[in-house]
Design a protein around this ligand. Structure first.
Ligand code: GN1
Ligand code: MG
Length: 543
């Protein structure tokens, strides 16, 4: 490592003065023009992490569902998982170092982590379609090169595709081929094999309208479409040819506004879904004959997937423990349905996919979804091996095992993946002969509301019990408890966002009016007890 060269290079990627940066829930995320030095330094850090793990590390340039003007970056660890927490701290330190101190901080991290310099470093890079992503990707490449590392830049990729590439490269190809063709081939083959076994379909001529948020998901879905089109036809909306990324469209917009995206015309009962800007989230929806909008979010996706897996396991005749992981944002009805009707254990973790993913790894089969539509299913090595064996049998058991084998291949087990999840969902609906309306009718969501409150310093709020209870400021939780008591079937909690400078308030109750009113009253309590700034929250604002 040439420290002088790193110092010289760092000066070309100068840190803007007077700002502090934090590797948060989803890496670094902010206005694109503030990110150049971070990209260069994350190139350096990825190379360092690669040496330490003796494995390929990924760097994804994206700000997901955030506005087009923003951008961001996150590192992907060897098996395609999120960066380890101690390295998040290193990332934060490196991002905040003065330009002249970058080399010194790197040396310090190297000593702490006992990194051996002679190891090779290899980094793979992907980016979304934001106008700023190309130059920012170039800065990442310069960072890797300044550290003496090698890289492969895949160019435009969805976030889960990059996670997939990293995993493939570090598992000797066992997970799949580390190319786009390899990704398409693996998923399409599993999907076609699975759907072959569908004897009846609830919907004839299965077709789905896909709102791609004007993001990278559109390009990749278009590329992949010919491989599955004999079975499923997709109509791409907001494919990036006209509209602005994430503007009035995409999974986050649809979930938080509980209405269809702009540009998508829905006929009654037509099956639709939305991806987010980097295609790692998906939500489904439709309009009924009375014009009412029905959202099928991550919670209902988790219910569909876990009930399908449970049924398959029964047919296979193996006892594997299966669990569902949610966050506090999961609708109370979904938790009740999973626990009481399906008899599946449910666990609640803090917000952020790394927490869910980690928990899901504790089960033989762990299904995790955030309500906003980010999720997947994980299968232990033991399950995969056993299912492969059983799939060789020629009986009923073998048939079910074969199906499960394809389901395992169809999931992206490294991260939530809109394309993969869509194909899983479509395959399950086809195999079970279900329409989206029947799927939606499994249970009714409790009316809910999410709002944001601005406070001077959101860190004054600390939480416990997977973010469901506020510990500080004093009196806030007692106030929330008193408010919740006023409503039926009610629940509310508050937490500081990890990606925006706001406090998030969530409330649910027996009617929309009650949920709105509870969310409003809790917002006022936050405003008063946690140092609210600006205008006092008003009913209907802050959504
Ligand atoms: C309520 C909500 O949807 N929160 C989102 C949001 O996190 P916050 O920490 O709430 O800002 O962005 C995260 C990253 O995309 C995602 O994992 C999470 O679910
Ligand atoms: Mg995303």
């Amino acid at each position: 490592m040439d420290l002088d060269a790193i110092t010289k290079h760092s000066a070309l990627h100068a840190k803007p003065p007077g700002l502090t940066f934090h590797y948060g829930t989803a890496g670094f995320r902010m206005k694109a023009e503030l990110l150049d030095h971070i990209m260069f330094r994350m190139g350096l850090l990825a190379a360092l992490r690669s040496k330490q793990t003796n494995a390929t590390i990924g760097v994804m340039v994206t700000a997901s569902h955030n506005p087009e003007e923003d951008n961001g970056v996150k590192l992907v660890d060897p098996l395609g998982e999120m960066l380890a927490p101690t390295w998040e701290e290193h990332a934060t330190r490196l991002a905040n170092a003065e330009d002249g101190d970058v080399a010194r901080v790197l040396v310090d991290i190297m000593e702490k982590e006992a990194v051996e310099l002679p190891q090779d470093a290899f980094v793979v890079i992907g980016r979304d379609t934001r106008p700023s992503s190309e130059n920012l990707g170039q800065s990442v490449r310069e960072g890797v090169a300044a550290f003496g590392g090698q890289f492969h830049d895949y160019g435009l990729l969805t976030t889960p595709q990059l996670h997939y590439m990293v995993c493939c490269r570090n598992t000797g190809g066992r997970y799949g081929k580390a190319t786009l063709d390899g990704y398409y081939h693996k998923l399409a083959a599993a999907f076609l094999e699975l759907t072959k076994q569908a004897s009846c379909s609830g919907d004839e001529n299965v077709s789905v309208k896909v709102d791609c948020a004007n993001g990278v998901g559109a390009l990749k879905l278009k590329e992949m479409e010919p491989r599955f089109s004999p079975v499923l036809s997709v109509q791409l909306i907001n494919d990036g040819t006209k509209g602005k990324l994430n503007h009035l469209c995409g999974a986050d917009f649809v979930k938080s506004h509980q209405k269809p995206p702009q540009g998508l015309e829905m006929k009654p009962n037509e099956r639709c879904c939305s991806f987010d800007g980097d295609a790692d989230r998906i939500v489904y929806y439709y309009c009924d004959v009375d014009g009412a909008f029905h959202l099928i979010d991550g919670d209902k996706i988790a219910v569909l997937i876990s009930s399908f897996l449970k049924e398959l396991l029964l047919e296979v005749g193996e006892i594997f423990n299966i669990g569902v992981v949610q966050t506090a944002y999961a609708n109370g009805s979904s938790t009740r349905y999973l626990e009481e009707v399906m008899k599946v254990p449910v666990h609640c973790t803090k917000t952020g996919v790394k927490h869910l993913h980690h928990k899901a790894q504790e089960f033989d089969i762990g299904v995790y979804f955030e309500a906003n539509g980010h999720g997947t299913a994980l299968f232990s090595k033991a399950v995969e091996v056993k299912i492969k064996q059983l799939a060789k049998l020629e009986d009923k058991k073998g048939k079910a095992a074969k199906m499960l084998e394809n389901v395992i291949d169809l999931f992206n087990q490294t991260a939530g993946d809109a394309i993969s999840d869509m194909l899983v969902i479509e395959a399950i609906l086809a195999l079970k002969g279900l329409t989206v309306q029947q799927w939606d009718a499994l249970y009714s969501d409790l009316p809910n509301r999410q709002v944001k409150v601005k406070v001077a310093d959101r860190r004054v709020i600390s939480t416990t019990d997977a973010e469901r209870q506020a510990v500080t400021p004093p009196g806030l939780q007692a106030a929330i408890n008193n408010l919740v008591r006023k409503y039926r079937l009610s629940r509310a909690f508050v937490r500081p966002s990890g990606t925006e400078d706001v406090v998030r308030v969530y409330a649910e109750a027996d009617s929309q009016e009650s949920a709105d009113s509870l969310a409003h009253e809790v917002s006022l309590a936050v405003f008063e007890l946690a140092g609210g700034i600006g205008e006092r929250p008003q009913l209907g604002f802050g959504r």
